[in-house]
Ligand binder design. Structure first.
Ligand SMILES: [Cu+2]
Length: 212
């Protein structure tokens, strides 16, 4: 009984040793394979390969996304501030680049412009997108226009987007895509009669867009 149990114990022990030995061999084999693969670069696929076969070191430039331009109107705690203002009013964008403008208007005032300034002109597709909608619009009803972003002179004369008034508790957000390829500094202005001081004031409802 004692001996039998002893033998049984030894048998179990040697089975365990064999089992652990096998595991060790398998693990060592796997580790060795990966080391080999890592060193010699075979058999390991990591999805997107950086190599494009150009033979110049494999450096590739992937597609780049658009540059975003964020502008806000009356983005101060007093949404009905008496002096209407874009921030920033003077800014720089890169030329020959897909630009996505996002203009957030906190002003709930409506300032009906001349009908031409209810239209969207000069953006990609002559469209703008309201509050994240995937469907573009080519104009805003005149009674809903709060401000515009309009260029009257220079190579971009006629560029214009209309910005609807904010709701009582949330801003309106207009986005659009545009390319500006001629470099220089160009004046933009609001053509909705919002506030006479701002409309004539550089840095308020008038500013400069520098294309560099
Ligand atoms: Cu304005």
């Amino acid at each position: 009984m004692t001996e039998k149990s002893g033998q049984s114990g030894r048998k179990t022990l040697s089975s365990s040793v064999i089992a652990w030995g096998l595991i060790l061999v398998v693990v060592t084999g796997i580790v060795s394979w990966f080391s080999f693969a890592a060193v010699y670069g075979v058999g390991v696929e990591t999805g997107n390969s950086a190599s494009n076969g150009s033979g110049n070191g494999g450096t590739t430039t992937g597609p780049t996304g658009p540059d975003y331009v964020y502008l806000a109107i009356n983005a101060n705690p007093d949404r009905n501030q008496s002096t209407d203002q874009y921030t920033p009013a003077n800014f720089t964008v890169p030329s020959h680049t897909e630009l996505v403008f996002v203009i957030t208007n906190y002003d709930n005032g409506e300032n009906a412009p001349a009908s031409i300034y209810t239209q969207v002109n000069g953006t990609v597709g002559n469209l703008e997108y309201l509050n994240g909608s995937a469907t573009g619009v080519s104009s805003i009803p005149v009674g809903q226009v709060s401000h515009t972003f309009t260029i009257l002179r220079g190579p971009y004369a006629g560029f214009s987007v209309a910005l609807p008034a904010a709701g009582t508790s949330s801003p309106s957000v207009v986005s659009f895509t545009a390319y500006f390829n001629e470099t220089g500094t160009f004046t933009w202005q609001c053509m909705a009669p919002c506030d006479s001081y701002s409309m004539a004031g550089l840095g308020f409802m008038m500013g400069t867009m520098t294309v560099a």
